[in-house]
Design a protein around this ligand. Structure first.
Ligand code: MN
Length: 378
């Protein structure tokens, strides 16, 4: 962290946005008084410089997700200066890239990591440490939006990650995996956000706050563990059920953190707030107003035209609605109220839930494992 004065290209286009930046980024001198775009902002910063980033496929659906995240990031009040970098795999549609750049975000094209698992592309974000000047990387899933100031939650000392919503593996499967990789099974325990089950240090990889100094070490270890776990899938096909293998990037993250002993701090749910499924502890209506999510992770809770849908976790709905209003203003699209999840998605989700329940019960009967279901949604 160092005191630094630098010029920053201003992306603000309205008085309100200028106000947000003026208040939060310690702007000493700005052009004011009209709705005209502000060209340059003089910023004095003594706080960690933060990059918020995501990785998207070059497809219309992903363009929408990356745009939503960029919009949320660039229009949310922030105490620290924030850069936003969207990475697109193997190319980017020029119009989609321009929409993000028009918000003040940056666009990069990166190569695919491994065709066997698209989620591994998120490792490309950690490569930003090779070329960019920052102190903390907020590596986010595209299906997240920033709804409050992230600055108070970053640390230069440890990687921040939220314990997973659910754990698809049993303790025996985890021990088998750690043992196959030559690692001791960690003893730290957390409570999974949605299932409420006790889990080991297994984190949702959708929100990671990574000090730059750990990016290289984590990238190497995470890459190595991906390769080794793919080897375990091949050599010990009975160890991890095929329907759970899609979470490879999260297993490899857990194993990489265990192997490197990189300091980790468990982020509270507010930093990676699930929108798609009810939290394991239902929130009392009176307590709802005191919950202030910082990053909402909405998974598939989105309409075909890119607006976020109502959550059963009501405490996050005001933030989703506020975001939709900003999106509607930015894109000139009509919007009035928080939509419900499309019927088709609701039906698919009910079927998926049913299948998981039946499969989970069957596995528990077969293996006599007590407790909640082992399967989880991503
Ligand atoms: Mn996600």
């Amino acid at each position: 962290m160092r005191l630094k004065t630098h010029f920053r290209r201003g992306a603000a286009t309205t008085c309100e946005e200028v106000g947000i930046r003026a208040q939060t980024a310690r702007i000493l001198q700005i052009r004011t008084g009209s709705l005209a775009p502000v060209r340059w902002l003089l910023v004095t910063s003594a706080q960690p410089r933060l990059i918020v980033s995501c990785v998207a496929e070059n497809q219309a659906k992903w363009h929408t997700l990356a745009y939503n995240l960029a919009l949320s990031c660039m229009t949310t009040r922030s105490t620290y200066p924030v850069r936003f970098v969207a990475n697109f795999v193997d190319g980017v549609d020029p119009a989609a890239g321009r929409r993000i750049e028009d918000l003040g975000g940056e666009v990069r094209v990166v190569a695919r990591v491994d065709r066997r698992n698209p989620y591994l592309n998120k490792l490309r974000m950690l490569e930003l440490a090779d070329s960019e000047d920052f102190e903390v990387l907020a590596a986010l899933d595209c299906d997240t939006i920033v709804v409050r100031d992230l600055s108070p939650h970053v640390s230069l000392e440890s990687v921040g990650a939220k314990p997973a919503d659910m754990d698809p593996l049993t303790p025996e499967q985890w021990t088998g995996l750690y043992t196959a990789l030559g690692l001791c099974t960690p003893t730290t325990e957390y409570i999974a956000t949605i299932s409420g089950a006790r889990i080991g240090p297994y984190f949702n990889s959708g929100v990671l706050l990574i000090p730059r100094r750990y990016c290289g070490l984590l990238l190497d270890a995470w890459t190595d563990m991906n390769d080794r776990i793919l080897g375990v899938y091949r050599d010990h096909p009975e160890m991890i059920p095929s329907q759970s293998r899609v979470f490879l990037d999260q297993y490899s993250l857990a194993c990489a953190l265990a192997a490197t002993a990189i300091p980790v701090r468990a982020l509270p749910s507010e930093l990676n707030y699930p929108v798609h499924l009810p939290m394991h502890v239902p929130v009392h209506p009176a307590a709802r107003s005191s919950i202030e999510p910082v990053i909402a992770h909405y998974h598939k809770n989105i309409t075909a035209n890119g607006f976020l849908t109502r959550s059963r976790n009501e405490e996050v709905n005001a933030d989703l609605h506020a975001f939709n209003l900003r999106r509607s203003a930015a894109l000139g699209m009509s919007y009035s109220r928080l939509p419900d999840l499309p019927l088709k998605e609701r039906a698919l989700r009910a079927m998926h839930h049913c299948r998981k329940t039946v499969r989970g019960a069957a596995v528990r009967v077969r293996t006599r494992i007590p407790g909640p279901g082992w399967a989880r949604e991503g």
